[in-house]
Design a protein around this ligand. Structure first.
Ligand SMILES: [Zn+2]
Length: 474
Protein backbone atom coordinates (compact mmCIF):
# COMPACT_ATOMS: atom_id res chain seq x y z
CA UNK A 1 0.00 0.00 0.00
CA UNK A 2 1.17 3.51 -0.75
CA UNK A 3 2.04 5.62 2.24
CA UNK A 4 -0.99 7.08 3.98
CA UNK A 5 0.40 10.59 3.85
CA UNK A 6 1.14 12.28 0.54
CA UNK A 7 4.43 14.11 0.62
CA UNK A 8 6.30 16.03 -2.02
CA UNK A 9 9.49 14.28 -3.22
CA UNK A 10 12.57 16.08 -4.53
CA UNK A 11 14.60 14.63 -7.39
CA UNK A 12 18.00 15.48 -5.98
CA UNK A 13 17.08 13.61 -2.78
CA UNK A 14 15.41 10.59 -4.29
CA UNK A 15 17.02 9.86 -7.68
CA UNK A 16 20.18 7.77 -8.04
CA UNK A 17 23.41 8.90 -9.64
CA UNK A 18 22.72 7.23 -12.95
CA UNK A 19 19.44 9.06 -13.31
CA UNK A 20 20.95 12.39 -12.25
CA UNK A 21 23.59 11.93 -14.99
CA UNK A 22 20.78 11.54 -17.53
CA UNK A 23 19.12 14.65 -16.13
CA UNK A 24 22.29 16.70 -16.61
CA UNK A 25 22.96 15.53 -20.14
CA UNK A 26 19.32 16.18 -21.14
CA UNK A 27 19.69 19.69 -19.70
CA UNK A 28 22.66 20.38 -22.00
CA UNK A 29 20.50 19.86 -25.08
CA UNK A 30 17.70 21.91 -23.56
CA UNK A 31 20.04 24.81 -22.80
CA UNK A 32 21.30 24.78 -26.36
CA UNK A 33 17.72 24.71 -27.70
CA UNK A 34 16.54 27.77 -25.74
CA UNK A 35 19.76 29.66 -26.49
CA UNK A 36 19.38 29.13 -30.23
CA UNK A 37 15.60 29.53 -30.49
CA UNK A 38 14.35 32.72 -28.88
CA UNK A 39 11.36 33.49 -31.10
CA UNK A 40 8.37 31.49 -32.33
CA UNK A 41 9.74 31.62 -35.88
CA UNK A 42 13.11 30.23 -34.81
CA UNK A 43 11.44 27.38 -32.91
CA UNK A 44 9.27 26.51 -35.92
CA UNK A 45 12.26 26.50 -38.26
CA UNK A 46 14.25 24.25 -35.94
CA UNK A 47 11.32 21.87 -35.34
CA UNK A 48 10.66 21.58 -39.06
CA UNK A 49 14.29 20.67 -39.65
CA UNK A 50 14.26 18.07 -36.85
CA UNK A 51 10.98 16.36 -37.80
CA UNK A 52 11.73 16.28 -41.53
CA UNK A 53 14.91 14.39 -40.66
CA UNK A 54 12.77 11.99 -38.63
CA UNK A 55 10.55 11.22 -41.59
CA UNK A 56 7.57 13.46 -40.85
CA UNK A 57 5.76 14.57 -44.03
CA UNK A 58 4.06 17.92 -44.56
CA UNK A 59 0.40 16.96 -44.45
CA UNK A 60 -0.97 18.58 -47.58
CA UNK A 61 2.11 18.51 -49.75
CA UNK A 62 0.60 15.85 -52.03
CA UNK A 63 -2.19 13.34 -52.38
CA UNK A 64 -1.64 10.41 -50.01
CA UNK A 65 -4.76 8.38 -50.71
CA UNK A 66 -2.60 5.47 -51.90
CA UNK A 67 0.14 5.58 -49.35
CA UNK A 68 -0.76 7.15 -46.02
CA UNK A 69 2.27 8.54 -44.15
CA UNK A 70 2.66 7.52 -40.50
CA UNK A 71 4.05 10.85 -39.30
CA UNK A 72 2.79 14.23 -40.46
CA UNK A 73 3.25 17.91 -39.68
CA UNK A 74 1.93 21.29 -40.71
CA UNK A 75 3.51 24.70 -40.33
CA UNK A 76 1.17 27.65 -39.92
CA UNK A 77 2.68 30.88 -41.30
CA UNK A 78 6.13 30.04 -39.92
CA UNK A 79 4.90 30.86 -36.38
CA UNK A 80 3.19 27.73 -35.16
CA UNK A 81 3.56 24.05 -35.99
CA UNK A 82 1.58 20.87 -35.37
CA UNK A 83 2.99 17.33 -35.45
CA UNK A 84 0.99 14.13 -35.63
CA UNK A 85 1.67 10.39 -35.50
CA UNK A 86 -1.02 7.86 -36.37
CA UNK A 87 -1.58 5.06 -33.87
CA UNK A 88 -3.31 1.69 -34.24
CA UNK A 89 -6.68 3.14 -33.22
CA UNK A 90 -8.48 5.31 -35.78
CA UNK A 91 -8.20 9.06 -35.23
CA UNK A 92 -11.98 9.43 -34.98
CA UNK A 93 -11.84 7.57 -31.67
CA UNK A 94 -9.76 10.35 -30.14
CA UNK A 95 -6.08 11.16 -29.83
CA UNK A 96 -3.55 12.23 -27.22
CA UNK A 97 -2.51 15.84 -27.47
CA UNK A 98 0.18 17.95 -25.82
CA UNK A 99 0.04 21.65 -26.49
CA UNK A 100 2.73 24.17 -25.59
CA UNK A 101 3.36 27.72 -26.70
CA UNK A 102 6.51 29.03 -28.35
CA UNK A 103 6.08 32.79 -27.97
CA UNK A 104 7.54 34.50 -24.90
CA UNK A 105 7.14 37.93 -23.31
CA UNK A 106 9.42 40.39 -25.11
CA UNK A 107 9.61 43.85 -26.64
CA UNK A 108 8.43 44.36 -30.23
CA UNK A 109 9.29 47.21 -32.58
CA UNK A 110 6.51 49.62 -33.51
CA UNK A 111 5.68 49.67 -37.25
CA UNK A 112 7.51 52.99 -37.68
CA UNK A 113 10.30 52.51 -35.16
CA UNK A 114 13.43 54.44 -36.15
CA UNK A 115 14.08 58.04 -35.08
CA UNK A 116 16.94 60.28 -34.03
CA UNK A 117 17.07 62.30 -30.84
CA UNK A 118 20.14 64.15 -29.52
CA UNK A 119 22.40 62.58 -32.17
CA UNK A 120 21.41 59.08 -31.03
CA UNK A 121 19.29 56.74 -33.15
CA UNK A 122 16.54 54.80 -31.38
CA UNK A 123 13.84 52.21 -32.02
CA UNK A 124 10.36 52.82 -30.61
CA UNK A 125 8.84 49.68 -29.09
CA UNK A 126 5.72 48.12 -27.71
CA UNK A 127 6.04 45.33 -25.18
CA UNK A 128 4.49 41.94 -25.89
CA UNK A 129 2.89 39.87 -23.13
CA UNK A 130 3.13 40.26 -19.38
CA UNK A 131 6.45 41.86 -18.51
CA UNK A 132 7.66 43.95 -15.58
CA UNK A 133 8.97 46.90 -17.58
CA UNK A 134 11.62 47.90 -15.03
CA UNK A 135 13.43 44.59 -15.63
CA UNK A 136 14.42 45.47 -19.20
CA UNK A 137 16.55 48.66 -19.22
CA UNK A 138 20.33 48.62 -18.72
CA UNK A 139 20.97 45.15 -20.06
CA UNK A 140 22.34 43.79 -23.36
CA UNK A 141 19.57 43.10 -25.85
CA UNK A 142 19.41 41.41 -29.24
CA UNK A 143 16.98 41.77 -32.12
CA UNK A 144 15.46 38.75 -33.90
CA UNK A 145 12.88 38.51 -36.64
CA UNK A 146 12.02 38.99 -40.27
CA UNK A 147 11.53 41.92 -42.61
CA UNK A 148 9.45 41.43 -45.73
CA UNK A 149 10.44 43.57 -48.71
CA UNK A 150 7.90 45.04 -51.10
CA UNK A 151 8.70 42.30 -53.62
CA UNK A 152 7.81 39.65 -51.03
CA UNK A 153 11.36 38.61 -50.29
CA UNK A 154 11.90 37.74 -46.64
CA UNK A 155 15.04 38.91 -44.85
CA UNK A 156 15.96 37.25 -41.57
CA UNK A 157 17.57 39.33 -38.86
CA UNK A 158 19.37 37.99 -35.79
CA UNK A 159 21.67 40.59 -34.33
CA UNK A 160 23.37 40.85 -30.95
CA UNK A 161 23.89 37.17 -30.14
CA UNK A 162 27.42 36.42 -31.37
CA UNK A 163 30.29 37.00 -28.92
CA UNK A 164 31.95 39.62 -31.13
CA UNK A 165 28.75 41.30 -32.31
CA UNK A 166 27.45 44.60 -30.88
CA UNK A 167 24.27 44.52 -28.77
CA UNK A 168 21.38 46.96 -28.29
CA UNK A 169 19.99 48.34 -25.02
CA UNK A 170 17.31 50.43 -23.29
CA UNK A 171 18.61 53.22 -21.05
CA UNK A 172 17.80 53.80 -17.39
CA UNK A 173 18.19 56.89 -15.24
CA UNK A 174 21.22 57.20 -12.94
CA UNK A 175 20.39 56.84 -9.20
CA UNK A 176 21.67 60.38 -8.53
CA UNK A 177 18.76 61.89 -10.46
CA UNK A 178 16.17 59.25 -9.73
CA UNK A 179 14.61 60.67 -6.58
CA UNK A 180 11.29 61.32 -8.36
CA UNK A 181 11.41 58.04 -10.30
CA UNK A 182 12.09 56.10 -7.10
CA UNK A 183 8.92 57.50 -5.55
CA UNK A 184 6.79 56.15 -8.39
CA UNK A 185 4.93 52.89 -8.20
CA UNK A 186 7.02 50.04 -9.60
CA UNK A 187 4.57 49.65 -12.47
CA UNK A 188 5.05 53.26 -13.56
CA UNK A 189 8.78 53.59 -12.81
CA UNK A 190 9.63 52.74 -16.41
CA UNK A 191 6.88 53.76 -18.78
CA UNK A 192 6.16 51.94 -22.02
CA UNK A 193 6.96 54.99 -24.15
CA UNK A 194 10.36 55.26 -22.42
CA UNK A 195 11.37 51.80 -23.55
CA UNK A 196 13.24 53.02 -26.59
CA UNK A 197 16.20 51.03 -27.82
CA UNK A 198 19.57 52.64 -28.53
CA UNK A 199 20.73 51.56 -32.00
CA UNK A 200 23.47 53.97 -33.17
CA UNK A 201 25.21 57.32 -32.94
CA UNK A 202 27.40 57.83 -36.04
CA UNK A 203 26.06 60.31 -38.60
CA UNK A 204 26.18 59.27 -42.23
CA UNK A 205 29.30 60.30 -44.09
CA UNK A 206 27.62 59.73 -47.45
CA UNK A 207 27.68 63.17 -49.11
CA UNK A 208 24.89 62.27 -51.54
CA UNK A 209 22.57 61.35 -48.67
CA UNK A 210 23.64 64.49 -46.83
CA UNK A 211 22.75 66.76 -49.77
CA UNK A 212 19.44 65.00 -50.36
CA UNK A 213 18.59 65.36 -46.70
CA UNK A 214 19.74 68.97 -46.35
CA UNK A 215 17.13 70.05 -48.87
CA UNK A 216 14.49 69.44 -46.22
CA UNK A 217 16.31 70.40 -43.04
CA UNK A 218 20.04 71.02 -42.63
CA UNK A 219 21.88 68.39 -40.63
CA UNK A 220 18.75 66.70 -39.38
CA UNK A 221 18.52 62.95 -38.97
CA UNK A 222 22.07 62.24 -40.14
CA UNK A 223 22.52 59.60 -37.40
CA UNK A 224 19.22 57.98 -38.35
CA UNK A 225 20.43 57.99 -41.95
CA UNK A 226 23.71 56.43 -40.80
CA UNK A 227 21.74 53.55 -39.24
CA UNK A 228 19.52 53.17 -42.32
CA UNK A 229 22.62 53.03 -44.48
CA UNK A 230 24.06 50.22 -42.34
CA UNK A 231 20.76 48.32 -42.36
CA UNK A 232 20.61 48.70 -46.11
CA UNK A 233 24.16 47.44 -46.54
CA UNK A 234 23.74 44.51 -44.15
CA UNK A 235 20.17 43.42 -44.91
CA UNK A 236 19.19 45.24 -48.13
CA UNK A 237 16.26 46.97 -46.44
CA UNK A 238 14.92 50.53 -46.49
CA UNK A 239 12.92 52.34 -43.81
CA UNK A 240 9.53 51.52 -45.33
CA UNK A 241 10.38 47.80 -45.14
CA UNK A 242 10.24 48.03 -41.34
CA UNK A 243 6.47 48.43 -41.68
CA UNK A 244 6.20 44.84 -42.89
CA UNK A 245 8.34 43.23 -40.23
CA UNK A 246 8.12 41.04 -37.14
CA UNK A 247 11.08 42.28 -35.12
CA UNK A 248 11.48 41.25 -31.50
CA UNK A 249 13.86 42.59 -28.87
CA UNK A 250 15.02 39.83 -26.52
CA UNK A 251 17.76 39.47 -23.90
CA UNK A 252 21.12 38.84 -25.60
CA UNK A 253 23.24 35.81 -24.78
CA UNK A 254 22.93 32.16 -23.95
CA UNK A 255 21.10 30.28 -21.21
CA UNK A 256 23.45 29.30 -18.38
CA UNK A 257 23.80 26.69 -15.68
CA UNK A 258 22.83 28.19 -12.36
CA UNK A 259 24.26 27.57 -8.90
CA UNK A 260 27.69 26.28 -7.75
CA UNK A 261 26.28 22.79 -8.34
CA UNK A 262 24.83 23.57 -11.82
CA UNK A 263 21.52 22.14 -10.65
CA UNK A 264 19.38 24.82 -12.31
CA UNK A 265 19.15 26.65 -15.61
CA UNK A 266 18.84 30.41 -15.96
CA UNK A 267 17.78 31.90 -19.25
CA UNK A 268 15.23 33.78 -21.30
CA UNK A 269 12.03 32.29 -22.72
CA UNK A 270 11.80 29.09 -20.67
CA UNK A 271 8.07 29.88 -20.50
CA UNK A 272 7.13 27.97 -22.50
CA UNK A 273 9.96 26.57 -24.63
CA UNK A 274 10.74 24.20 -21.79
CA UNK A 275 7.45 22.43 -22.57
CA UNK A 276 8.02 22.71 -26.32
CA UNK A 277 11.43 21.05 -26.02
CA UNK A 278 10.45 18.36 -23.54
CA UNK A 279 7.23 17.41 -25.36
CA UNK A 280 9.14 17.18 -28.67
CA UNK A 281 11.76 14.91 -27.08
CA UNK A 282 8.94 12.81 -25.60
CA UNK A 283 7.31 12.46 -29.03
CA UNK A 284 10.58 11.51 -30.71
CA UNK A 285 11.24 8.87 -28.05
CA UNK A 286 7.98 6.99 -28.70
CA UNK A 287 7.95 3.52 -30.16
CA UNK A 288 5.69 4.28 -33.14
CA UNK A 289 4.84 0.63 -33.79
CA UNK A 290 3.38 0.24 -30.30
CA UNK A 291 1.36 3.44 -30.34
CA UNK A 292 -2.30 2.75 -29.52
CA UNK A 293 -3.93 6.12 -29.99
CA UNK A 294 -2.68 8.71 -32.42
CA UNK A 295 -0.74 11.61 -30.91
CA UNK A 296 -0.63 15.28 -31.81
CA UNK A 297 1.76 17.93 -30.55
CA UNK A 298 0.85 21.59 -30.97
CA UNK A 299 3.36 24.43 -30.68
CA UNK A 300 1.28 27.59 -30.62
CA UNK A 301 2.03 31.26 -31.01
CA UNK A 302 0.39 34.29 -29.29
CA UNK A 303 -0.34 32.63 -25.94
CA UNK A 304 1.19 35.56 -24.09
CA UNK A 305 -1.29 37.99 -25.66
CA UNK A 306 -4.45 35.89 -25.30
CA UNK A 307 -4.11 33.26 -28.09
CA UNK A 308 -5.80 35.42 -30.73
CA UNK A 309 -4.32 35.93 -34.27
CA UNK A 310 -4.27 33.23 -36.93
CA UNK A 311 -1.27 31.54 -35.33
CA UNK A 312 -2.74 31.50 -31.80
CA UNK A 313 -4.66 28.58 -30.29
CA UNK A 314 -8.02 30.23 -30.95
CA UNK A 315 -7.41 29.98 -34.70
CA UNK A 316 -8.86 26.98 -36.52
CA UNK A 317 -5.47 25.54 -37.39
CA UNK A 318 -5.59 22.94 -34.61
CA UNK A 319 -8.95 21.31 -35.57
CA UNK A 320 -8.04 21.80 -39.25
CA UNK A 321 -4.91 19.72 -38.78
CA UNK A 322 -6.85 16.94 -37.07
CA UNK A 323 -9.39 17.11 -39.89
CA UNK A 324 -6.50 16.56 -42.33
CA UNK A 325 -5.40 13.53 -40.32
CA UNK A 326 -8.98 12.21 -40.43
CA UNK A 327 -9.03 12.79 -44.17
CA UNK A 328 -5.93 10.67 -44.65
CA UNK A 329 -7.63 7.88 -42.73
CA UNK A 330 -11.26 8.16 -43.82
CA UNK A 331 -10.87 9.68 -47.29
CA UNK A 332 -13.27 12.50 -46.47
CA UNK A 333 -13.61 15.69 -44.47
CA UNK A 334 -16.51 15.17 -42.10
CA UNK A 335 -17.51 17.60 -39.36
CA UNK A 336 -19.14 14.85 -37.29
CA UNK A 337 -16.04 12.67 -37.35
CA UNK A 338 -13.99 15.69 -36.30
CA UNK A 339 -16.36 16.39 -33.38
CA UNK A 340 -16.21 12.72 -32.35
CA UNK A 341 -12.42 12.85 -32.38
CA UNK A 342 -12.12 16.14 -30.47
CA UNK A 343 -14.53 15.16 -27.72
CA UNK A 344 -12.76 11.84 -27.22
CA UNK A 345 -9.33 13.50 -27.14
CA UNK A 346 -7.22 13.70 -23.98
CA UNK A 347 -4.91 16.68 -23.72
CA UNK A 348 -2.20 18.21 -21.61
CA UNK A 349 -1.84 21.95 -21.76
CA UNK A 350 1.90 22.01 -21.25
CA UNK A 351 2.82 25.31 -19.68
CA UNK A 352 5.01 26.48 -16.83
CA UNK A 353 3.70 27.46 -13.42
CA UNK A 354 5.08 29.46 -10.54
CA UNK A 355 7.62 27.92 -8.17
CA UNK A 356 7.37 28.78 -4.49
CA UNK A 357 9.77 31.64 -3.78
CA UNK A 358 10.70 31.93 -0.07
CA UNK A 359 11.52 35.62 -0.57
CA UNK A 360 7.88 36.35 -1.34
CA UNK A 361 5.96 34.00 0.92
CA UNK A 362 2.95 36.28 1.38
CA UNK A 363 1.56 35.61 -2.11
CA UNK A 364 1.65 31.81 -1.91
CA UNK A 365 -0.37 29.08 -0.31
CA UNK A 366 2.67 26.96 0.64
CA UNK A 367 0.73 23.73 0.63
CA UNK A 368 -0.60 24.24 -2.89
CA UNK A 369 2.35 25.81 -4.67
CA UNK A 370 4.87 23.77 -6.65
CA UNK A 371 8.49 23.58 -5.50
CA UNK A 372 11.55 23.84 -7.68
CA UNK A 373 13.08 20.37 -8.11
CA UNK A 374 9.99 18.36 -7.10
CA UNK A 375 8.94 17.39 -10.61
CA UNK A 376 6.29 18.39 -13.13
CA UNK A 377 3.43 20.37 -11.58
CA UNK A 378 -0.12 19.28 -12.37
CA UNK A 379 -2.75 21.99 -12.02
CA UNK A 380 -6.42 21.08 -11.74
CA UNK A 381 -7.39 24.67 -12.54
CA UNK A 382 -5.92 28.17 -12.58
CA UNK A 383 -7.98 31.31 -13.31
CA UNK A 384 -8.85 34.15 -10.97
CA UNK A 385 -10.90 34.62 -7.79
CA UNK A 386 -13.72 32.02 -7.69
CA UNK A 387 -12.07 29.92 -10.44
CA UNK A 388 -13.22 32.50 -12.95
CA UNK A 389 -12.12 32.01 -16.55
CA UNK A 390 -10.47 28.67 -15.86
CA UNK A 391 -10.71 25.25 -17.41
CA UNK A 392 -11.04 22.83 -14.54
CA UNK A 393 -10.02 19.24 -15.07
CA UNK A 394 -12.47 16.70 -13.68
CA UNK A 395 -11.71 14.36 -10.80
CA UNK A 396 -11.90 11.48 -13.27
CA UNK A 397 -9.30 12.99 -15.61
CA UNK A 398 -6.95 13.92 -12.75
CA UNK A 399 -7.32 10.33 -11.55
CA UNK A 400 -6.30 9.07 -14.97
CA UNK A 401 -3.30 11.42 -15.21
CA UNK A 402 -2.16 10.43 -11.71
CA UNK A 403 -2.43 6.76 -12.63
CA UNK A 404 -0.40 7.25 -15.84
CA UNK A 405 2.35 9.20 -14.07
CA UNK A 406 2.57 6.86 -11.08
CA UNK A 407 2.72 3.77 -13.29
CA UNK A 408 5.87 5.14 -14.95
CA UNK A 409 7.27 6.56 -11.67
CA UNK A 410 7.14 10.13 -12.99
CA UNK A 411 8.14 12.71 -10.38
CA UNK A 412 5.09 14.98 -10.11
CA UNK A 413 3.54 17.43 -7.70
CA UNK A 414 0.56 19.75 -7.69
CA UNK A 415 0.81 23.43 -8.48
CA UNK A 416 -1.33 26.53 -8.22
CA UNK A 417 -0.94 30.18 -9.08
CA UNK A 418 -0.62 31.72 -5.62
CA UNK A 419 -3.16 32.71 -2.99
CA UNK A 420 -6.80 32.92 -3.99
CA UNK A 421 -7.89 36.52 -4.76
CA UNK A 422 -4.32 37.80 -5.12
CA UNK A 423 -4.10 37.61 -8.89
CA UNK A 424 -4.18 34.64 -11.20
CA UNK A 425 -3.72 33.78 -14.80
CA UNK A 426 -4.78 31.45 -17.56
CA UNK A 427 -3.38 28.98 -20.02
CA UNK A 428 -4.40 27.47 -23.32
CA UNK A 429 -6.35 24.75 -21.46
CA UNK A 430 -9.58 26.78 -21.73
CA UNK A 431 -9.41 26.86 -25.51
CA UNK A 432 -8.88 23.10 -25.75
CA UNK A 433 -11.73 22.51 -23.34
CA UNK A 434 -14.03 24.42 -25.71
CA UNK A 435 -13.62 21.50 -28.11
CA UNK A 436 -15.02 19.32 -25.32
CA UNK A 437 -11.80 17.39 -24.78
CA UNK A 438 -10.34 16.40 -21.41
CA UNK A 439 -7.48 18.73 -20.60
CA UNK A 440 -5.24 19.47 -17.65
CA UNK A 441 -2.31 21.85 -17.16
CA UNK A 442 1.05 20.25 -16.48
CA UNK A 443 4.47 21.87 -16.69
CA UNK A 444 7.54 22.74 -14.64
CA UNK A 445 7.60 25.31 -11.85
CA UNK A 446 9.70 28.39 -12.67
CA UNK A 447 11.28 31.09 -10.51
CA UNK A 448 11.39 34.68 -11.82
CA UNK A 449 8.73 33.71 -14.37
CA UNK A 450 8.22 36.14 -17.28
CA UNK A 451 11.52 37.90 -16.46
CA UNK A 452 14.48 38.19 -18.85
CA UNK A 453 16.22 35.46 -16.79
CA UNK A 454 13.85 32.69 -15.77
CA UNK A 455 14.98 29.82 -13.54
CA UNK A 456 14.14 26.14 -13.90
CA UNK A 457 15.42 23.04 -12.12
CA UNK A 458 17.09 20.38 -14.27
CA UNK A 459 15.04 17.84 -12.30
CA UNK A 460 11.77 19.43 -13.40
CA UNK A 461 12.86 19.76 -17.03
CA UNK A 462 13.59 16.02 -17.12
CA UNK A 463 10.37 15.21 -15.23
CA UNK A 464 8.38 17.02 -17.92
CA UNK A 465 10.03 14.87 -20.59
CA UNK A 466 9.16 11.71 -18.65
CA UNK A 467 5.62 12.89 -17.91
CA UNK A 468 4.78 13.76 -21.54
CA UNK A 469 6.36 10.51 -22.68
CA UNK A 470 4.25 8.51 -20.19
CA UNK A 471 1.10 10.39 -21.26
CA UNK A 472 1.63 10.09 -25.02
CA UNK A 473 2.43 6.38 -24.83
CA UNK A 474 -0.33 5.48 -22.35
ZN1 LIG B 1 3.33 30.16 -20.63
Amino acid sequence: MNSLKHERKFGFESWDKEKINKVFSFAQDYKYFISENKTEREVVKTLRRIVEKQGFVEIDAKDYTQNKPKKVFKVNRDKSIVLGIFGKKPVKEGIKMVLSHIDSPRIDLKPHPLYENEKIAWFKTQYYGGIKKYQWPAMPLAIHGVVVLENGQKVEIKFGEKEDEPVLTITDLLPHLSAKQMEKKLEEAVEAEEMNVVVGSVPTSNSKLKTLNSKSEEGKDLVKLGVLELLNKKYGIIEEDLVSADLEIVPAGKARDLGFDSSMIGGYGQDDRVCAFTSLQALLSLDEEKLGQGVVLVFADKEETGSESNTGSLSSFIPDFISEMLFLEEGKHDENLLRDCLSATKAISADVTVAYDPDYTSVFDPQNTARLGAGIAVEKYCGRRGKSGTSEASAEYLGEIRRIFNKKAVLWQTGGLGKVDLGGGGTIAVFLARHNMDVVDAGPPILSMHSPFEISSKIDVYSCFEAYQAFLSS
